[in-house]
Structure formats: C-alpha cells, structure tokens
Design a protein around this ligand. Structure first.
Ligand code: COS
Length: 378
C-alpha cells in the first residue's frame, strides 16, 4: 500500500493551497459577510486550471484522476467551504451523470462549456423531495424530438451562476425509480428561471437557488441514457461525488484546526501560551487524529472508485464520517478561541457554519447510514 502522492497530484495540491493562501483567505470574510458569490475568485480559479482538472484529455482537459480532483476540493475548502462547494458542484457533481452515461457528443457539449470557464449545476432535489429521490415530481413529457420539462428544483448549488445543468425528472411518478429520466440542459433554454439567492447559515459564498422549469423543450439528444435509467445514473453519480463532500469537510476541518494551532501559540493565559495546557493539547490531538482518519477514508473511496472496485459504501463512510468530524472540530475550534471564536471577525465561526451543511447535503448523514446498512445486508 502506497500512501504517497504522485508528482502530478502533489503539484495540483500545492497549486490549490497557494491559490487559497493568496487569493481566498485574505478576502473571503468580506464575501461571506455580504453573502456574495466571489465571481472574481472563481474566474481566477478557471485561469489557473482549478475548474477543469477533471476534464478528460480527449475533451482538451488535463484528465486528472479522481484523487487529484479531491485534493483540490479539500484545499479550496480549507480556504472557504462555499468555494469548495462551487467547484465540486460543477466539476464533481453536475459532471458525474455525464461521465456515467453521456455519449461522446454529450460529453463534448458539457466539457466544452467547462473549458470555456462556465459552471455546471446538478438539479435533483425538489421542494417536496430530498432524501426520497424516487419521489421527484418534475415532469418530462415526450413531444416528437423533444421532452417538455415542468417543475421546480430546490437548493441548487450554482443554480443562478451555472450555464449548464444536469436535470432529473420523471416520465411517470407512479413508476417511482423506474420513471426517472435525466438530461443535460442549457441554462439559456426558454422557460428556465431561477429564484432569489437563498439566505443560508453557511457556505454563503456559494450560490443556492430554486431553478424553475416551465414548458422547457429539451432535445431528445440531450437525454442521458434511456428512459427509466435516470435513477441508477444519478445514484452512481452521487456515489462518485460523495467523496468530494467528504473532501470539503476535511478541508473545512483542516482550515479551522490550523487557525486553532496558530492561536494556541499566540494567546497567553495564566502566564503561558494556551497551547501548553494539557486540556487544549488533548483537544488539538483529537482534532489531528480525527481529521487524518477522515482524510484517509476519503482517499480510500477515491482509490476504489479509480480502480473500478465497489466503493459506494466507502463513499458513504467517508462523507458521513468526515462531515461529523468537520462539525466536531470546528465547534471545538470556536471553543478554543473562546469569545474571539464567537466573533465573525476572527473567521473560525465561519468554518463551523460552513461545516453544518456537510451533514445535510448530497444525502444527509442518516441517508449515508441507509446506504451503508443496505450494503451490509445485500
Ligand atoms: N448504484 C447503482 N444502482 C443503485 C444504487 C447505486 N448506488 N443504489 C440503488 N440502486 C438501484 C437498486 O439496486 C435498485 O435497482 P433494482 O431494483 O434493479 O435492484 C434501484 O436502484 C432502487 O434502489 P432502492 O430500492 O435502494 O431505492 P430507494 O428509493 O429506496 O432509495 C436511497 C435509496 C434512499 C439510498 C436513495 O434514494 C438516496 O440515495 N437518497 C438520497 C439522495 C441524495 O443524496 N439527495 C441529495 C441530492 S443531491 S445535493
């Protein structure tokens, strides 16, 4: 077993880390405060290649492996969970149904847009269906060479800033999962509108909205797979993207932990640096240990996926475990900084707010346990 990174993986990790230190950390609290999407930063991320690392070589990308994409997601999330989410939603979630089931033409259609600096969004969740994916209501009715889409998608990351969507609906809700159908949809198709930006607890620098489809005509050529295959396509896509949420969580925990270590070397109480008190040292030791465990699970899920080995349950271990670690670590980092931790100006409460959604989106941690338990008994 080899835990070392390849030269390419290490180069991309360092590139992302330096980008975070130079372009994200110095300014991100202002964006968070204003709940503003950091378009300038996202454009720079594209310029240095951080938004297209996963684009395969045959579509003019670098074709980096899954672990490299995960390393970049982790580093970006160390700087800002919202920026990690923006990148992952586009490159690692919205792109997955296309990777899983897209034809050559569909992949080209999608990747050409990523190469041009555009973002993607994955439109699955609805106001009335989150965990119960087979219960979605957006209708897809065949009309000649088109499908006509009607319905509303909820909590869509990049909803208002994406140029391309992967969208899931149903041809017949009574069929449950057998009626699910997926498409690639251009944002500019007539009939698509977006709701106002949601006011969120955390990842406030990411764009989250409703996406509304009213008589949206999508060519049959944009259908992913066959009618009725949508559920399995999207389940496979979620399996592939869950390690990226784990990586976001690891990055958030790491960022908070680094801030705590720095503070512990500077802050003096009872005549010595607080990092010399055993109570604090034990908290930091637990953080270091748990972050590393979450990281290793995340990398293992990537390894299995990359090798085409069964990995669905390990992706769920990683997502669930890392999200819980991020919540625990960030809460304890606020505790270590005490009153200063509670002030927005110090930035660590942002990590805690950003961490919470890791336990909720892309399958709640309860859903991850359903996936894990299903695997035990299958
Ligand atoms: N890969 C491939 N096929 C899968 C699969 C996977 N990971 N998971 C399930 N399937 C298949 C099953 O094998 C079954 O097919 P067969 O009947 O041919 O055997 C079919 O899909 C239905 O599976 P199941 O009965 O388990 O479906 P459920 O409706 O019970 O749903 C859960 C299962 C709850 C796990 C699923 O709905 C889920 O993951 N929900 C959370 C969705 C989510 O993450 N939402 C967040 C939105 S993205 S931000």
């Amino acid at each position: 077993m080899d835990f070392s990174l390849t030269e390419e993986q290490e180069t991309m990790r360092v590139t992302a880390r330096k980008f975070v230190d130079k372009e994200i950390l110095p300014v991100i609290l202002e964006y968070d405060e204003k709940e503003e999407f950091p378009l300038e930063i996202v454009n720079k991320m594209h310029e240095v290649g951080l938004l297209t690392i996963g684009v395969p070589e045959e579509f003019d990308g670098p074709g980096a492996d899954i672990l490299t994409q995960i390393l970049v997601t982790e580093e970006l999330s160390r700087g800002c969970g919202g920026i990690g989410a923006t990148m992952a939603a586009s490159c690692l979630l919205s792109a997955q149904p296309v990777n899983v089931a897209g034809t050559y033409e569909q992949k080209k259609y999608y990747y050409d847009r990523l190469n041009a600096g555009k973002l993607g969004a994955f439109c699955l969740t609805e106001p009335g269906a989150g965990s119960d994916t087979a219960g979605i209501s957006l209708t897809a009715k065949r009309d000649g060479d088109f499908y006509v889409l009607n319905g509303t998608k909820q909590f869509i990351t990049n909803g208002g800033v994406a140029d391309i969507y992967t969208v899931f609906g149903t041809t017949n809700k009574e069929l449950r999962y057998k009626g699910i159908i997926g498409f690639i949809v251009d944002r500019n198709t007539p009939g698509i509108s977006v709701g106002p930006e949601e006011k969120k607890m955390g990842i406030r620098t990411s764009d989250t909205r409703q996406v509304i489809f009213e008589d949206v005509r999508v060519p049959v050529a944009n259908r992913l797979g066959e009618e009725g295959e949508g559920f399995k396509i999207l389940m496979k896509a979620l399996d592939l993207s869950r390690p990226s949420v784990a990586a976001e969580a690891v990055g958030i925990a790491q960022g908070a932990y680094e801030a705590a270590v720095k503070y512990c070397k500077e802050r003096v109480a009872f005549g010595q640096e607080i990092g010399k008190f055993q109570a604090i040292r034990f908290m930091l030791a637990d953080m270091a240990m748990e972050i590393e465990a979450a990281r290793l699970l995340t990398y293992k899920a990537c390894y299995l996926a990359q090798e085409n080995l069964p990995f669905s349950h390990v992706a769920s271990y990683a997502k669930c475990f890392a999200a819980d670690v991020a919540m625990k670590v960030t809460t304890n980092v606020v505790q270590i900084l005490g009153g200063y931790g509670y002030l927005r100006e110090y930035g660590v409460e942002k990590y805690m707010r950003d961490a919470k959604v890791m336990q909720i989106y892309e399958g709640t941690n309860q859903i991850q346990r359903v996936v894990i338990a299903n695997n035990i008994f299958k």
